[in-house]
Design a protein around this ligand. Structure first.
Ligand code: SAM
Length: 429
C-alpha cells in the first residue's frame, strides 16, 4: 500500500467512489473528494523549524512534502507567490527543488529567510551572550509610536528598546535576522495583545513580565529547533529566492519557467478572514519595517462589481449576497477580482505541462459558503489549465481561529473553515 504512488491511490479512491462504495464520497461531485491521508492530525504543523515564530494559516509541512514528492523532482523550479512563513521554501531546500517565493508582508519574508538559513549554534550562542551583556550596559532610547503604552507597559517599552538597540548592532546580517525573529516573537509575547489571536485584541494586565528572560527562552528554543532540524534534514544546494513583493504588480521571472506552483492565497479579505497585518503590526513597528499589510493584501481595495471575470458560479454567489447587502457583495467581489489577477500573473510563469497546487479555504459570507476552490478552477481554466483533481483535507483547529465574524457584525460569529481544498491543475500544451 505504501508503495502505491499518491496519484494512483487517488485514482483508486475515485474508482471506489464511482462505484458508490463509500456513501460520503457519493455525495460529492467528481474530481473533488475528501482524503484523510492529507490531514496529518497527529503531527503539529509547528513541528521542527516550523516552530520558529508562529504565522497565521501556515501550510502543514507534510502536505507540502507529499505534494512535492508527488508532483515534482529534484532540480525542478517551484514557485510560491504567497509564501508566508516559507514552509514551501524549507521543503524545497531539503528536497533539492529550486524555489522562488514572494510575500507582501515583510515579517513573513523575514521568518521565511530565517527558517531557510541553517547557522551553526556556536555563532548564535555567542551572539546571544553578547546581546545579553550589551542589554545590561545599554542606555535605552525609548521607541515611540501611537498607542505604544496601550499595548505595552512602560518597563516593557524600556527593555524592548534596549534589546532592539543591541540587535540592530549585530554585524553579521544572518545572525541579525535570526535575532530579529526572536525579538518579533518576544514583542508579541510581552505585549498586552492576546498572543493566540491573529487580530489585535487587548488582554488583561500582566505586571510581572521579564522581557530579557522571555527573549532568552525564545532564542534558545529557536536555536535548538533550527540546528536539530537541519541535522536531520540537511539542506541541498538549490537556488532559493525569497522576496518581499506585491505579486499583483507582476512577478519578475521568465514566462513558462516554473515546473510547479505550490501556494495558498489569503482565504478572503483581511477584515473578515485572517488579519495578517494585525498579526504582524506590533513586531513590524518595533523592527522599523512598518507596512499596513491589510491595506494592500488581496481584496483590500473595494471596487464596483463588473461582469468580466470568467466564473459563472462566482456571480451566482455575488448576486445572492448583493440581495442582502450590496456593500458586502462589492467587498467579496473585490477579493475575487484580485484573486483572478494574481492567477493570471502566476499562470504565465508556469511551463506547458507544468502543475499548480492551489490550496484554498471556502469561507462563509452571510451564511453562504463561497466555493473558492471551484472559482479558482474557473479562473485557471480561462488561462489554459485543466483541472486534475481537488483533495479535501481537514484543517487543524490550532491553525485557524475557531470562530470569525463573517457577517462583519460585532458579536455575531460563525464557525470558520473546517476544510481546505488542494486544487490541482495542469497547464495544457
Ligand atoms: C495563506 S497565507 C500563506 C501562508 C503560507 N503558505 C505559510 O506556510 O506560511 C497567504 C499569504 O499571502 C500574502 N499576500 C496577500 N496579498 C499578497 C500579494 N498581493 N502579494 C504577495 N503576497 C500576498 C499574505 O501576506 C500571507 O502571508
Amino acid at each position: 500500500m505504501d508503495r502505491i504512488s499518491g496519484v494512483r491511490k487517488i485514482m483508486r479512491q475515485i474508482e471506489l467512489f464511482r462505484k458508490g462504495i463509500d456513501k460520503e464520497y457519493a455525495k460529492l461531485t467528481f474530481k473533488r473528494f475528501r482524503d484523510e491521508s492529507f490531514d496529518f492530525k497527529e503531527i503539529p504543523a509547528s513541528s521542527g523549524v516550523y516552530g520558529i515564530h508562529p504565522y497565521p494559516a501556515m501550510f502543514h509541512f507534510l502536505v507540502v512534502r507529499k505534494l512535492l514528492k508527488e508532483f515534482s523532482k529534484r532540480g525542478d523550479f517551484v514557485l510560491d507567490p504567497f509564501m508566508g512563513s516559507g514552509v514551501s521554501a524549507v521543503e524545497c531546500l531539503i528536497s533539492g527543488r529550486n524555489f522562488i517565493g514572494y510575500d507582501i508582508n515583510p515579517l513573513a519574508v523575514l521568518i521565511a529567510k530565517v527558517r531557510t538559513t541553517p547557522i551553526k549554534s556556536n555563532l548564535l550562542l555567542e551572539v546571544l551572550e553578547h546581546i545579553i551583556q550589551d542589554f545590561k550596559n545599554q542606555k535605552p532610547e525609548f521607541l515611540e509610536f501611537d498607542n505604544i503604552y496601550y499595548w505595552f507597559d512602560k518597563e516593557v517599552v524600556k527593555d524592548l528598546s534596549r534589546l532592539r538597540q543591541s540587535i540592530f548592532k549585530i554585524e553579521d546580517s544572518v545572525a541579525r535576522d535570526f535575532f530579529k525573529v526572536v525579538f518579533s516573537d518576544t514583542v508579541r509575547r510581552v505585549s498586552k495583545a492576546r498572543y493566540d489571536e491573529f487580530k489585535l485584541v487587548r488582554k488583561r494586565e500582566n505586571n510581572s513580565i521579564r522581557v530579557l528572560k522571555i527573549f532568552k527562552e525564545i532564542a534558545l528554543k529557536n536555536i535548538g529547533l533550527l540546528v536539530r532540524f537541519y541535522e536531520n534534514f540537511p539542506p541541498t544546494k538549490t537556488i532559493l529566492i525569497l522576496e518581499e513583493r506585491d505579486i499583483l504588480n507582476g512577478i519578475p521571472l521568465e514566462d513558462e519557467s516554473i515546473d510547479l506552483v505550490i501556494t495558498s492565497p489569503p482565504y478572503g479579505d483581511s477584515r473578515t478572514t485572517v488579519a495578517y497585518g494585525q498579526f504582524s503590526k506590533l513586531p513590524l513597528r518595533w523592527l522599523g519595517i512598518e507596512k499596513d499589510v491589510d491595506k494592500v493584501s488581496l481584496g483590500a481595495k473595494i471596487r464596483e462589481i463588473h461582469y468580466n471575470l470568467p466564473s459563472e458560479i462566482l456571480y451566482k454567489y455575488i448576486e445572492k449576497i448583493a440581495i442582502e447587502d450590496r456593500k458586502r457583495a462589492k467587498e467579496v467581489f473585490s477579493y475575487y477580482e484580485d484573486l483572478y489577477y494574481s492567477i493570471r500573473i502566476i499562470s504565465q510563469k508556469v511551463k506547458r505541462d507544468g502543475l499548480v497546487c492551489f490550496v484554498v479555504g471556502n469561507r462563509k459570507v452571510k451564511g453562504l459558503e463561497l466555493p473558492t476552490d471551484k472559482i479558482s478552477v474557473d479562473f485557471f481554466s480561462a488561462e489554459g489549465f485543466e483541472h486534475q483533481i481537488t483533495i479535501i483535507r481537514e484543517i487543524s483547529r490550532k491553525r485557524m481561529p475557531h470562530k470569525n465574524s463573517p457577517s462583519n457584525i460585532r458579536g455575531i460569529k460563525d464557525s470558520t473553515m473546517k476544510y481546505e481544498y488542494i486544487v490541482i491543475l495542469k497547464k495544457l500544451n
